[in-house]
Ligand binder design. Structure first.
Ligand code: N2P
Length: 356
């Protein structure tokens, strides 16, 4: 019996030692979730060479997954199947995720590269003090067009130009409820945060009238289609326009005169994260000015990193279509968090439009 007891105590002792050692190793490495970091980002939204560089420099392996809308991202995080360490919601979705208690507060002491961010993009109303988020890229929603494919004399300066019957089957629309319902509302002179059911019905009716001109409702493939001259017009995000222009010089981009959306995409750490320390290391890495410059040149969206601009080509930084003067951005609207019911209503109307 004594022997048995001794054996039991020895096993217990070895187990305890193992637990202490494993714990110690984790603390030394600073990671609670092993050496893997799971990142959830928009499609086509990072220079993959930077993922390799990060892995080489830190020894952390990145598992990288993509989404194509804020709503899809949020649903997946809520379902909790995969535990993401870093995600990239737009501003209204940051607010909603905070409201639903899905995010942890960022540890600013682990994000020293925050000092390089342009103050214009920090401390914004959706997350004062950047408690939960730091900006990644920003941009506008607008009209990407190819003047060489437009009917003679056609000028594109606003949303309402898109309803011209001469543009039959020429328009690609980005597959986003806020973007497209927002376009319908803006074209009628309403705010893209309008929740008045009558205004929304009018926007839907107006969008349905656009149907003959709509060639397809698309995601990231809009770039390939525009670059290959498959359509004359695409409603989409500014950075996509900038990217397409590298491939097809004829392409131009305009922020509609009736108004449009100014957006900010941001890094956050979901509550379910397993590797909070590595998440901070990754976010900080992407805010390094030279890394951010390389990423921006690749992705083509506008960077909120002031210091990074110094490492980028002059013509890119001075292109007012993508780095507009504050006068332009001031007349644009940022999406507000409209609440669960209104968001569901937007989604429902968008579905009705798609099925029309
Ligand atoms: C790029 C995604 C842009 C996101 N594919 C706009 N919020």
């Amino acid at each position: 019996m004594k022997n048995l007891m001794r054996a039991f105590l020895s096993v217990l002792f070895v187990c305890l030692i193992l637990i202490v050692v494993i714990n110690r190793l984790n603390t030394v490495a600073g990671f609670s979730g092993g050496n893997t970091l799971t990142v959830f980002n928009w499609g086509d939204y990072i220079d993959e060479e930077l993922i390799d560089l990060f892995e080489e420099e830190t020894g952390i392996t990145i598992v990288y997954e993509t989404f194509d809308s804020n709503e899809a991202m949020m649903t997946k995080i809520q379902q909790g199947g995969t535990t993401y360490d870093v995600a990239v919601p737009s501003e209204y979705m940051v607010e909603k995720m905070v409201e639903e208690d899905l995010l942890i507060e960022l540890d600013h002491s682990k994000l020293p590269n925050m000092q390089y961010m342009d103050e214009r993009f920090m401390d914004l109303p959706f997350d004062q003090g950047n408690t939960y988020s730091v900006p990644y890229f920003w941009g506008t929603v607008g009209i990407i067009f190819n003047p060489t494919l437009l009917p003679e004399g056609e000028v594109i300066s606003g949303w309402n130009d898109l309803w011209d019957p001469a543009l039959e089957n020429q328009i690609l629309l980005i597959d986003g409820a806020r973007e497209i319902i927002g376009m319908g509302l803006n074209s009628l002179g309403y705010s893209l945060n309008d929740t008045d059911p009558q205004h929304l019905q009018q926007a839907l009716a107006k969008l349905k009238e656009l149907t003959p001109n709509v060639k397809a409702i698309v995601g990231d493939e809009n770039k390939m289609l525009m670059a290959n001259n498959e359509a004359a017009i695409a409603v989409g995000w500014s950075g996509d326009a900038a990217d397409i222009m590298w491939e097809n010089e004829a392409i131009d981009y305009v922020v509609p005169e009736e108004g449009s959306n100014l957006w900010f995409d941001n890094f956050v750490i979901p509550k379910t994260a397993r590797n909070v320390d590595a998440a901070h290391v990754f976010i900080n890495f992407l805010m390094d000015p030279e890394v951010a410059a390389q990423n921006t040149e690749y992705v083509s969206y506008s960077t909120p990193n002031k210091e990074a601009l110094k490492y980028m080509p002059e013509d890119m930084v001075h292109d007012e279509r993508f780095y507009p003067e504050p006068e332009l951005t001031e007349r644009l609207e940022v999406y507000e968090n409209l609440g669960q019911r209104n968001l569901a209503h937007y989604n429902e109307l968008f579905l009705q439009f798609k099925m029309h």
